[in-house]
Structure formats: C-alpha cells, structure tokens
Design a protein around this ligand. Structure first.
Ligand code: FES
Ligand code: FES
Length: 140
C-alpha cells in the first residue's frame, strides 16, 4: 500500500471534535447560507452565519460531506467568522486556513471550499437584506 502522509494534528483535532457542526434556520432573515461544492472531488460544504443588527456574525454552523481536511477547514472557518463583521469576514482566505491546518498542496482545494462557503453565506445574507429593503419599498 502507498505510504500515506499523516494528517497534521490540528486537522485530526478539528476532524474528531469539529466546532459548530449543525444547521441554522435558513429562512431566518438574519441567517445567511452558503452551499458550495468542489469540482475536483465532488465534496460539498454548507456553512451558515447568523448576523446581528450591527452586521456582526454572532453564530456559525456547518455541515460538510467531504474529506477530513474539508471538515477541519469548515470547523476553523466557523470559529474564525464568529465575532467578525460580515465585510471583515470576507477577508478570511483559504491560504490562512490551509496554513493554520498545515494542509499539503493536494488538500488546498479543501480549504478553498471553506473560503467559498464563507463568501457564499455572506452573499446570501446580503441578498436577503437587499430583498427585505426592496420589498419594504414596494409596500410604501
Ligand atoms: Fe481551532 Fe485553529 S485549532 S481554529
Ligand atoms: Fe475534496 Fe477535500 S478532497 S474537499
């Protein structure tokens, strides 16, 4: 059998005890949902954020159907977005996540999935807010 490169301990920790696994109500107007897939392997990640009136992320949950590195990356992502403003959270990059977890090059797309999921969740939240303002305008 091919010799497998062992996962870095932080990946194992996040994989065995991932933070923030679960779901938020996607119909809640203050919740943004990002659902993304990795073309390279078909793995799928859902990341959700709950945002307060000041635009700060107060809660984040994920569900990942993917490899250990994807699960670890989403776990890190949910930890890092919490407490940040939505605009600030878009600055989290897959490079930061990959460096934190010491991901090998073949696993970089797993952390990319987490970056994409954060951005998709924020875009969904912003779209909802925009929609809410527009429909309030309609009813004036
Ligand atoms: Fe949890 Fe790094 S060990 S975010
Ligand atoms: Fe594809 Fe990790 S192998 S997300």
């Amino acid at each position: 059998a091919a010799l497998r490169r062992p996962y870095h301990q932080k990946v194992v920790d996040h994989f065995e005890k991932p933070s923030n696994v679960g779901s938020l109500d996607k119909n809640d107007p203050n919740v943004g949902t990002g659902l993304v897939g990795a073309p390279a392997c078909g793995d799928v990640m859902k990341l959700q954020i709950r945002v307060d009136a000041d635009g700060n992320i107060v809660e984040s949950k994920f569900k990942t159907f993917g490899c250990g590195s994807a699960i670890a990356s989403s776990s890190v992502a949910t930890e890092w977005v919490k407490g940040r403003n939505v605009d600030d959270a878009t600055k989290i990059t897959n490079k930061d996540i990959a460096a934190h977890l010491n991901l090998p090059p073949v696993k970089l797309h797993c952390s990319m999935l987490a970056e994409d999921a954060i951005n998709a969740a924020i875009a969904d939240y912003k779209n909802k807010k925009k929609g809410a303002v527009e429909s309030a305008d309609d009813h004036r």
